[in-house]
Every structure is written in C-alpha cells, then in structure tokens.
Design a protein. Structure first.
Ligand code: N01
Length: 548
C-alpha cells in the first residue's frame, strides 16, 4: 500500500476485508531523553512517528523532578547526548553536576535544535494498548479516551517516573499542603516560616533536606533507612577543563560506551583487603575529598566482598561521626548495610544539616509511621504538627511506568499477568508475547546501574536500527522468542548473584513497593559487555527475535 493510500485508510478499520495500515509507523511514549532521541532517529528513516507525552513539556524526569536541590550525580560533560558532535561542542555546561533547571534547558535546546516538538503531543497520558494480531499493529489508548494505531510502540517512559506516595492512612484528612519530590509544582513552593516534614532519605531527600532546612521554620526528617551520602563537591566548570574535555570528546565518549558503567571512571581491580588499613584510609580520603559517587570503584571487590565493603562502610560512618556533633544522631544517620547496595546519594551539606537546632530526625524504623492526621503525622510514639509534608518516597522503579499501561499482547494476555512474578525481557528491550513493542532501558538492561544517558542512547540506537532492518525487509512483525528471553532473564540474575546488590532492601529489587515481586531488575554485567552482546544479536540477524 502506498503512503497516499495509507493516509486514505486512516480511520477505517478494514480495507478490502484486511485491517487498514496503522495511522502511524511508530508511536513513542515519553518525551524525555529517550523519546526525543527515538523520534529523531525514526524520523530520519522516513517513518511517520508520533510522540505522546503526559507532561506539558519535554524533559521526562527533568520535567517532573523540580524539587529544591535537584541535580544529576553524573558529571555534566558525560550526562548529555553523545550522538551529535555539533551539539556536544556547542552546549556549555556551567557546573560539575548540573542542576535540574540547567538540564531541562539543555533538553529544550535539543528539542528546538532538532525541531522535535512538531511531532510531540503534550498532555496525553497513555492508558492502554492492544495488539491486533491480524493487522500486526497496536491500538494505543489514552486517558482522554482517544486512540492511535501504530505498527510499533516504543516505550520511552523512564525507570524512575512512576512517583510513589506510600499508602498512608489519613492523607486525605491532612489540613496542610503536601508534595512529592517527583511531581514538584513548577512555580516552586515557598516554605518560609513553615513547619515541614520530609519523609524519605534517598537521593531526592538527601538533596532537598538541606535546602528545605534553610527555608523552613522547622524541618522534621522521617528516616526509615539511613543512606550512605558522599559529598558532591559540586563546583563551576572552568573553561580550561571544558575545552580540554571537548577536545577529547570523541575518544572519551567511545571509552565510556564500552566502560562497565557507561562512564569514565578509574576502576581498580585490586581487593580492598590487599591494602593496609592506612593505604585504604588514604584512598578513601582522596575520594571523599574529590567527591562524587566513584568511591565504590576504589577497589575491584567493594560490591562483591562483604568484608571489603565493610572497610568502606566504616570509613563513611567515621566521617558521619566527625561531622554530626550529637553522637546519638550520628549513630542514627549511620547505615549498616553494604555501601552501594542501595544507590549512594550525593549531598551538599547533608550531614551538616543535622547539626542545626531547627532540624529534628525521627527514626521511623524504631517508631513506625502510623498515619497522617489532619494536623500532621502520627508515629507509634508521638504526634507531630506540620504545615507541609514532602514525600521524598521514591518511585515504583523500572516496571511502574510500564505496568500502569494496560498492555494486551498476543491472545489478549496482559503485561500485568505476564510479569506477575517479576519482569521478563529480552535485553530489556522487548518481552515475548508483546510483538512490535519496545522498551528503552527496560528491566533487564543496565539503565539505572549506569550513566543512564549512555544506556538510553545505546537502547534507542539498537531499537531504531532493528525497526529499520524490519522495514527494509517489509517485515511487520517482531517478537522476542520465549527461550531466548528465559536465557536473558537468567543472565540478568547470574550477573547479580554474588554481588552485594542482593543484600539490601532497595528499589533495584522492588523492595520499596509493598507486594512487588522481589526480583533484581537491572543488568549489572556492565554496559560494555551489554553493548557487545546487543551488537552480536543484531549482527546475527537479530537472533532471539522472530522477524517476519
Ligand atoms: O527514592 P528512594 P528517591 N515510610 O526510593 C523512604 C534517582 N535519583 O526519589 O530506604 C517511611 O531512593 C525510603 O526508605 P527505605 C536515583 O537513582 C537520582 O530518593 O525504603 N519511609 C527512602 O529513604 C535514586 O536512587 C538523583 O527504608 C519510606 C526514601 O523514602 C532514585 O532516583 C536524585 C516509606 C525513598 O528513597 C530514587 O531516589 C534523585 C515509608 N512507607 C533521584 N516509603 C541524582 O541524580 C519510602 N520511604 C542525584
């Protein structure tokens, strides 16, 4: 069928007894880093692409997470697209770790520069999608009741985009205002003179607590699990550093693409136990002084050997004890699990904030949060009054944004049913029984255990190359093979087994969402290894996928 007749057929379900061609070649869901790049690549193939975005602007994570202090913990020069040399050379980052507003400006710049907005519908939330087997196409339904049909659907909905307010009883009775860090008001929130509660001490809580404390009359932090927090040591970038980095961008990017974390890092092979306590102290001190999250790369076995890891945990607990003047509070802030098993946070004045007299720390592990009241929060031991509650309680990570769409694949099977015991994917990009559906940074990909932007690029390139391959051959059907998917799921588990990632209650394992299956979701076998494996699959005519 020609382009013209495809257009003519839009709106009618059948032509000559056959299902009409879909309205779109590809519907991409999400206009963050992944969706924008997918649009750019697919459009270059001459495909008809429509992006559906729930927000009113581009940016994804960086559109929603506008809480005070939000910034990235990957260095700016690396947390940016690498596919366009002109773009990476023209853009000027101002700080070592960019703030949310600066990253959002960058994404908006990219959208304008590549003229992407004209193919994005904003304010549209995808609610469901059904696969039509006879027409080999998806009908994508939106929350407002409209529908689009597409040959392929690319879910670019992010790993940490389904913000989660825990199911606290009584929230609807609270007389003050409440906010979630991942859905922060665009106009900001004035906390001056307010009594503020912050629930949660993950990366978001760690970033926002010091700034909330500076503004509020009193800040009460409800901590269930303390976090290992490294100083960010953020600073303006010098012209000299930027110029030098840019001069070497091509080599540095190529190096990062095949590096374990998709990032430039000096990783040491040596065990922490092979050095003396003094040598270790010196090494850890150097990391503490230079800041950033790289300290888990100080030795090769920190994420595998509990005894090695404990040397680092002890070092960080020592720092907490040095900074926090009240020993009881320092003890409460000191984590007792493996460093890095839950994601390390980067802070600026985080521990120092607990020396303020107007900051209270409540241990909700000892005295659980019972309910929200009209006046504030009730724990097992006490009642507190607040004007504002900030939920820095995280996300239904990796699967949340996918499972809240009612996907119905072959034979009407739902994704919820298929993933009832945990997500199953092939390479994190596809799941058997749901043909022509691709996920960017899906469960089973390195994504959150990497420089996610590097992983986003790799996934988008792989998926769009595959779509090009299919189109060139006139194929209309692409599906993961169950046996290959089983094999990949096993590889993901094998990569994690023996690591300390499995020893803490983290969102990597779904542990933060009551009832969520405990399955380690990211692939920790390394970004470079993953990329090489994906390249091999493509070179072997997309082995593991049925293409027809
Ligand atoms: O969420 P989290 P986040 N009662 O899930 C607590 C990325 N990110 O938004 O640990 C009481 O880490 C929960 O306690 P516990 C980054 O990948 C990056 O902070 O489950 N407390 C925890 O303290 C990060 O890892 C950046 O016991 C409850 C907190 O809420 C990911 O996003 C910045 C509770 C949630 O922490 C998520 O970070 C921000 C309950 N019922 C985010 N439920 C940077 O790049 C949850 N908690 C720097």
């Amino acid at each position: 069928m020609s382009r013209a007749s495809v257009s003519a057929a839009v709106g009618s379900d059948h032509v000559d007894g056959h299902p009409a061609s879909p309205e779109w070649d590809v519907v991409v869901v999400g206009a963050g880093f992944a969706g924008l790049y997918a649009l750019h690549r697919l459009r270059a193939q001459g495909l008809r692409v429509q992006v559906l975005e729930a927000g009113d602007g581009v940016g994804g994570t960086w559109y929603w997470n506008r809480y005070p202090g939000a910034r990235c913990d990957v260095q700016s020069m690396e947390y940016s697209y690498s596919f366009d040399e002109g773009l990476q050379n023209d853009w000027e980052w101002t700080e070592r770790f960019a703030t949310q507003p600066e990253i959002l400006r960058y994404i908006e710049h990219v959208a304008d520069r590549l003229d992407l907005r004209k193919d994005i519908e904003f304010g549209v939330r995808v609610a469901g999608a059904e696969f039509d087997e006879s027409g080999s196409r998806w009908t994508v339904r939106t929350a407002d009741g409209s529908a689009r049909t597409a040959r392929f659907v690319v879910m670019a909905t992010g790993c940490l985009s389904s913000a989660r307010v825990p199911d606290f009883a009584g929230l609807e009775t609270f007389g003050g205002d409440w906010y979630h860090s991942g859905d922060w008001p665009h106009e900001g929130v004035d906390l001056t003179g307010k009594r503020v509660a912050v629930i949660g001490t993950g990366s978001s809580g760690v970033q926002l607590i010091p700034l909330v404390a500076e503004q509020a009359a009193h800040t009460t932090v409800f901590q269930r699990t303390p976090n290992f927090v490294m100083p960010a040591r953020n600073a303006p970038l010098t012209d000299e550093f930027t110029e030098d980095f840019k001069a070497h961008y091509p080599q540095l990017r190529e190096q990062a693409r095949y590096a374990p974390g998709g990032i430039l890092r000096n990783l040491r092979e040596q065990s922490a136990l092979d050095e003396s306590p003094e040598q270790r102290q010196e090494r850890y001190e150097a990391h503490w002084e230079s800041g950033g999250p790289d300290i888990v790369g100080a030795y090769g076995d920190l994420l595998r050997n509990a005894e090695s890891n404990e040397t680092l945990a002890e070092f960080i607990r020592g720092k907490i004890a040095e900074i926090v003047t009240d020993p009881e509070r320092a003890a409460l802030l000191s984590p007792h699990y493996a460093v890095g098993a839950k994601r390390i946070a980067l802070g600026t004045n985080y521990y120092e904030t607990y020396n303020r007299e107007d900051v209270t720390l409540v241990d909700v592990a000892a005295s659980p949060l019972e309910r929200i009241t009209s006046a504030g929060i009730k724990t097992a031991d006490a009642e507190y009054e607040f004007d504002v509650i900030v939920f820095a309680t995280g996300f239904d990570a990796m699967t949340g944004a996918l499972l809240r769409v009612d996907f119905r694949g072959e034979n009407g099977v739902t994704l919820q049913d298929k993933w009832h015991a945990g997500p199953r994917t092939l390479l994190g990009v596809a799941t058997a029984g749901f043909p022509n559906l691709f996920t960017v940074t899906g469960p089973g990909s390195p994504s959150v255990i990497s420089n996610v932007l590097m992983s986003v690029e790799q996934h988008v390139e792989w998926i769009t190359d595959y779509i090009e391959y299919l189109t060139a051959r006139g194929h209309t059907y692409a599906a993961a093979v169950v046996a290959d998917e089983d094999d990949w799921v096993q590889r993901v588990q094998d990569a994690a087994s023996g690591t300390l990632y499995l020893t803490a209650n983290s969102w990597y394992l779904g542990a933060n969402v009551p009832g969520k299956p405990r399955v380690f979701m990211p692939y920790v076998g390394g970004v470079g290894n993953f990329r090489r494996h994906c390249e091999k699959v493509a070179a072997n005519d997309y082995e593991g996928f049925v293409s027809r």
